[in-house]
Ligand binder design. Structure first.
Ligand code: DC
Length: 236
């Protein structure tokens, strides 16, 4: 445990399955900080849209007006699950942690997360969560849009094949039936949409520290980042 009265904000951005959440959780645990998976919030809205037929999973067309009018009926929160020693995502008090990781949500989430009013609302909620600092948040626009003044910004990347292999093993472990090729295609497609969308495209903040972990294990990554965390806490 790293103890300090100086609380900072740690923003971790990067490509899908680049290991952001694993690293973010480990850092949050060491610092006794709040961890927020912002991707889970976009996934939760996507699940809501799918359940309410606001997005067509075949052509990804969206009823934007209905979705906009439904925003105040969507309540997303996180609750600690002691059995898993991690957080579960809730949508209107329904535990949706497993469902939001399934391919139906993965294949539709980029279409929901590129909508301006959806991003606007998510950013507002995320900023609210970080008001007291002492938070580690991961996503795509955390260091650029949500917390542009974060004391530590990390930008993570790894080769698409390495990321697809990681996601494949993760889903296999959860007994979700999916092929490696399907995941690689989904990873590439999401990279493209995330990088080229008009609203807050995925890009490295000029003041972030880049971490390519294609050839790094978890321990090496954590040691590297912990060094930076200690520096930034002292400066805060
Ligand atoms: O991190 P993830 O793969 O669970 O994120 C799911 C999707 O949500 C991803 O395709 C991009 C989007 N996302 C986003 O646009 N902005 C964020 N801050 C987090 C995720």
């Amino acid at each position: 445990m790293i103890k300090s009265d100086n609380k900072i904000i740690i923003a971790i951005d990067g490509y899908s399955s680049s290991g952001k959440s694993t690293l973010a959780k480990e850092i949050a645990h060491l610092l006794n900080y709040k961890y927020i998976d912002s991707g889970a919030m976009y996934r939760a809205i996507t699940l809501f849209a799918l359940r309410n037929n606001l997005i067509n999973p075949k052509d990804h067309s969206i009823d934007e007006e209905k979705l906009r009018n439904s925003l105040n009926a969507i309540h997303i929160n996180f609750k600690y699950n002691s059995q898993k020693n991690s957080q579960d995502t809730y949508l209107n008090d329904d535990n949706i942690e497993d469902e939001i990781r399934e391919m139906t949500v993965s294949n539709n989430v980029s279409f929901i997360s590129k909508i301006g009013f959806v991003r606007h609302e998510m950013v507002r909620l995320q900023q609210e969560m970080g008001k007291e600092k002492g938070i580690v948040m991961d996503g795509r626009d955390i260091g650029t849009v949500v917390f542009p003044d974060a004391e530590l910004k990390i930008f993570m990347n790894a080769k698409a094949e390495v990321r697809a292999e990681r996601r494949y093993l993760e889903l296999k472990e959860k007994n979700i039936d999916v092929s490696y090729e399907e995941i690689l295609e989904n990873v590439r497609k999401r990279d493209h949409i995330d990088e080229t969308r008009d609203e807050s495209p995925l890009k490295k903040a000029h003041d972030s520290v880049e971490l390519d972990n294609s050839n790094m294990d978890r321990k090496e990554q954590l040691e590297h980042i912990i060094g930076l965390v200690k520096e930034r806490i002292k400066e805060a």
